[in-house]
Design a protein around this ligand. Structure first.
Ligand code: NAP
Length: 318
């Protein structure tokens, strides 16, 4: 059955999962183990943000380095092998009809009826707030090294950020580019130390600390970054062929505001311990949920708990 065949979607499911990343696939696996009918709706690519991760080396049980694409494939094949339906479709909105949720999907005449919903919509990258940043998207500015890194073979690029994403994606860039300036707004890093030390140990990497990018210049492609030292206020120019930005994310909760009683300022769903959003039978799991640690392992943990919460809700209410 094709993932694109929306006509094969059934009229009603016990569990509809919005988003096919690690959280969504895990929820589907646990839902099927509880004998529920399960649909995963994914609007882009199965695997979510995991497929833009070049290498994963911290997923338990997989001691060898595995690509994000391969790990993602294992997740969704596992869910599908257990009988979960997986379809490529964009959920536009969800409305409540008593205990039932009506899931509206682009291109479908009728909404899907769902006893429970698990929102696994992930998060999208933020930009640093520099002048002209919107002008250079796809013209020298990227938020995905594994997608765009090969375009900069032998070139000079800058990376902004001090977290795991900046370090991990920056390390991927060292395979292609000649020179990387790592621009970070302070001296301390959030990134895991082993990966950070390995990245900073590359002879291609030069750090520019206590510094932010104030403005981006070039016509039509990005050529120059105007940097500002956060301690001294001094501004300098940096010539680059490309810029990769990893300064955190905003949750993809737009359109689902009615599916949670609380959403924080960055769009993250606030949940209880069983991932319930405060709306009966609705759960949020993975990168779209407010939590302390964003990892594949915490996404699968969330997916597990959300599925168990959904099963409990069905037993108690249907
Ligand atoms: P993050 O951990 O929130 O780091 C964002 C970085 O950008 C921070 O260093 C922050 O500086 C900086 N920053 C924020 N706003 C900025 C601005 N306007 N201008 C300049 N710099 C700015 O985000 P992330 O790296 O995307 O990671 C998100 C989550 O995913 C984290 O929990 C991370 O652990 C997880 N993750 C894990 C892995 C992995 O384990 N392999 C890979 C990727 C992501 P400050 O430090 O000063 O706030």
């Amino acid at each position: 059955m094709s993932y694109y065949d929306l006509t094969s979607i059934e009229a009603e499911y016990d569990m509809v999962i919005i988003g096919g990343g690690p959280a969504g696939c895990t929820a589907a696996i646990y839902g099927k183990r509880d004998d529920l009918s399960v649909l995963i709706l994914e609007k882009q690519f199965m695997g979510g943000a995991l497929i833009t991760t070049y290498e994963v080396e911290n997923y338990p049980g997989i001691p060898e380095t595995i690509s994000g694409v391969d790990l993602a494939k294992r997740f969704y094949q596992h869910a599908e092998n257990l009988g979960a339906h997986i379809r490529n479709g964009t959920c536009t909105n969800i409305e409540m009809d008593g205990n039932i949720k009506l899931v509206h999907v682009d291109g479908m005449d009728k909404p899907i009826r769902a006893k429970t919903i698990i929102l696994c919509t992930g998060a999208s990258p933020r930009l640093p707030g520099a002048t002209n940043e919107d002008k250079f998207f796809g013209k020298g500015l990227s938020v995905c090294a594994t997608c765009d890194g090969t375009f900069y073979k032998g070139k000079t690029v800058a990376v902004i950020g001090g977290g795991d994403a900046a370090v991990e994606e920056g390390e991927y860039l060292t395979r292609h580019v000649d020179k990387i300036f790592l621009i970070h707004r302070r001296v301390g890093f959030r990134a895991a130390k082993v990966a950070l030390d390995r990245f900073l140990g590359s002879p291609k990497v030069e750090t520019i600390l206590d510094t932010v990018v104030k403005s981006m210049e070039g016509d039509p492609y990005l050529e120059t970054l105007i940097l500002e030292n956060t301690k001294t206020g001094e501004t300098t120019e940096l010539k680059v062929d490309g810029l990769f930005v990893f300064v955190g994310s905003t949750a993809n909760s737009q359109g689902f505001e009615n599916m949670a009683t609380e959403i924080d300022a960055n769009g993250y769903f606030i949940t209880d311990n069983l991932m319930n959003t405060g709306v009966e039978g609705v759960f949020a799991a993975g990168d779209c949920r407010k939590k302390e640690v964003y990892q594949i392992t915490t996404a699968t943990n969330d997916g597990t708990l959300a599925a168990k919460g959904a099963t409990k809700f069905i037993i108690e209410n249907f």
